[in-house]
Design a protein around this ligand. Structure first.
Ligand code: NAD
Length: 431
C-alpha cells in the first residue's frame, strides 16, 4: 500500500485526465476524486494495528481468551459512474490488506480509472489474481450476487440497483454493504454568515454538475428567504459551464444524454407543480461542444415535499429552495425525507448547531461544512434509504466488514491427574 500510494501520486495527472475524459468532471475535481481515494490507501497502510484482535489473559483457571480477525475470502465491489477512482479505492485497498482477494466491477460508463489503478496495484507488487476486474452491467452483477465463492459485496450506486443487489446477495448468505442515493439538505438559519454560507451552497450544489452523492441539492431557509435566493442566483449565474479539460470550467457535462433528459424532465415537473424557476440552465450551449450533455446551474424555489423534483434524487446541477417558519419545522422537513446520507446547517449559534446534530436523521452531519465526508479513520456513514447493511465503508467498520472474527480460548497448564470428568457447562464460578 505504501508503494501503491507512491505510484498513484506519480500518475495522478494521468488518472485525472482519464476521469475527465470519460466522466466529464473538471480536471481539478478529478484530482480531488483521486486524492480522496488516496486517503483510503494511506489508511490501509495502518492495517497491522487496525486489524488487531483483543486478548484477555486468565479469564478463569489459567484460561486465556483472544480474538483474531481473519479474511473472508473472495470479496467483490460494484461501482457507480460518478467517482471513477474514489469508489474503487474505498473498496479494494482495505479488502486486500485484510487478506482477501477482490473482484471489482467498475461502472460501464467510465471503467478506465479502475484499470489504471489495477495496473498500479500490480506494479506495486500485488500478486496475480488478488485484484480482478470484470466489465459489464446487470448480468455480470447478478453473476457476482449468485457466485458461491464470493463472500461479500460492496455496492455504491442507485437505490434500484443497490436494493436488488442487497436482496439477491443476502439471500445467498453474503455480507453486503450498500451505499445508495441521497437528497442532502442544508438548513440555513437567519444568523448564518451569509457570504460563507452562499459560497458553500453554490460549491456543494453545483460542483461536479451535482453528480455527487453528498451534493447539497436542497436548502431550507428559515425565515425570509428572498435575500438569500437573490444572492444564490447571482453566484450560480457566474459559474462557467464547459468541458472538464478547459482550465477555468466550474462544471462539466452530466454523464449521458439519458441523464440530461431525465434532469430536464424533473425540472419541468417542478415548474408544472408550482415551483418558481429562478435560474434555468436547460438551454445552455457550450461553443465547440454543441452536442454535449451540458446543463447550466438551475434553481427552483417554492419547492414543497410533495413535488416529484423533491422526492426523486435529481443528480444534476439543480438546486431546490424550500422555506420553513421555524428551525423545528426545517428539521422536520429534513427528517421526513426518505434519504439520510448527509445534512448540513449554517449558523453562528452553537446551541442551534448542537440541537441540529442531535435531532437530525442523517449519517453525515455538517456544521458550517457543506460536504461533510470524513477522512477514512472514520467511516462513511449514510443512513435510512441511503444505506443497507450493518458495516459501513472504511474506518473501523470497513475493517470489520472485510474480516471475520474468531475467538480462541486456550489453556496451557499441567492438568492434575485424577481430576475426574464433569459434564456440567464450564463456568468461571466456583460451585
Ligand atoms: P447505478 O445504480 O445506475 O449503477 C451502479 C452500478 O450498478 C453500475 O456498476 C451498474 O452497472 C450496476 N447496475 C445498475 N443497474 C443495475 C441493475 N438493475 N442490476 C444490477 N446492476 C445494476 O448508479 P450510477 O448512476 O452509476 O451512480 C449514481 C448513483 O450512485 C446515485 O444514486 C448516487 O447517489 C449514488 N452514489 C452513492 C454514494 C454513496 O456513498 N451513498 C456514492 C456515490 C454515488
Amino acid at each position: 500500500m505504501f508503494k501503491l500510494q507512491e505510484l498513484i501520486r506519480r500518475d495522478i495527472d494521468k488518472l485525472a485526465m482519464n476521469i475527465t475524459t470519460e466522466q466529464g468532471k473538471t480536471l481539478k475535481d478529478a484530482h480531488g476524486d483521486v486524492f480522496r481515494g488516496l486517503e483510503v490507501v494511506e489508511h490501509a497502510c495502518g492495517m497491522a494495528t487496525l486489524q488487531m484482535g483483543e486478548y484477555v489473559p486468565n479469564v478463569s483457571n489459567g484460561i486465556d481468551t483472544y480474538s483474531i480477525r481473519e479474511p473472508l475470502g473472495v470479496c467483490a465491489g460494484i461501482c457507480p459512474f460518478n467517482f471513477p477512482a474514489l469508489i474503487p479505492l474505498w473498496m479494494f485497498p482495505l479488502a486486500v490488506t485484510c487478506g482477501n482477494t477482490f473482484v471489482l466491477k467498475p461502472s460501464e460508463k467510465d471503467p478506465g480509472a479502475s484499470i489504471m489503478l489495477a495496473e498500479l496495484a500490480m506494479e506495486a507488487g500485488l500478486p496475480n489474481g488478488v485484484l480482478n476486474i470484470v466489465h459489464g452491467t446487470n448480468d455480470v452483477v447478478n453473476a457476482i450476487c449468485d457466485d458461491d465463492n464470493i463472500r461479500a459485496i460492496s455496492f455504491v450506486g442507485s437505490n434500484i440497483a443497490g436494493m436488488h443487489i442487497y436482496a439477491r446477495a443476502s439471500a445467498k448468505g453474503k455480507r453486503v454493504q450498500s451505499n445508495m442515493g441521497a437528497k442532502n439538505h442544508a438548513i440555513v438559519l437567519p444568523d448564518a454568515n451569509m457570504d460563507a454560507a452562499l459560497n458553500a451552497l453554490v460549491a456543494a450544489g453545483f460542483g461536479a454538475a451535482g453528480q455527487r452523492c453528498m451534493a447539497l441539492s436542497t436548502v431550507v431557509f428559515v425565515g425570509d428567504s428572498q435575500p438569500w435566493e437573490n444572492k444564490l442566483v447571482e453566484r450560480a449565474k457566474a459559474l462557467k459551464v464547459n468541458a472538464g479539460t478547459v482550465p477555468d470550467a466550474d462544471l462539466g457535462p452530466v454523464i449521458s444524454k439519458q441523464a440530461k433528459e431525465r434532469i430536464h424532465r424533473l425540472i419541468q415537473s417542478g415548474v408544472e407543480s408550482g415551483a418558481k424557476l429562478l435560474l434555468d440552465g436547460r438551454n445552455i450551449v457550450v461553443p465547440g461542444y454543441e452536442q454535449g450533455n451540458f446543463i447550466g446551474p438551475t434553481i427552483l424555489s417554492g419547492v414543497t415535499a410533495d413535488m416529484e423534483c423533491y422526492k426523486e434524487e435529481i443528480f444534476g446541477p439543480v438546486f431546490l429552495c424550500m422555506k420553513a417558519d421555524s428551525f423545528e419545522e426545517a428539521i422536520d422537513i429534513v427528517n421526513r425525507n426518505k434519504y439520510g446520507n448527509g445534512a448540513a446547517i449554517f449558523t453562528t449559534s452553537g446551541a442551534a448547531a448542537r440541537k441540529f446534530q442531535t435531532e437530525i436523521e442523517a449519517g453525515q452531519v455538517g456544521i458550517n461544512v457543506p460536504i461533510p465526508v470524513p477522512l477514512p479513520f472514520f467511516s462513511f456513514t449514510g443512513s435510512k434509504a441511503s444505506f443497507a447493511g450493518d458495516l459501513n465503508f472504511y474506518g473501523k467498520a470497513g475493517v470489520n466488514y472485510f474480516t471475520q472474527i474468531k475467538t480462541i480460548t486456550q489453556q496451557w497448564k499441567d492438568l492434575a491427574a485424577g481430576s475426574g470428568v464433569s459434564l456440567a457447562m464450564p463456568t468461571s464460578q466456583k460451585t
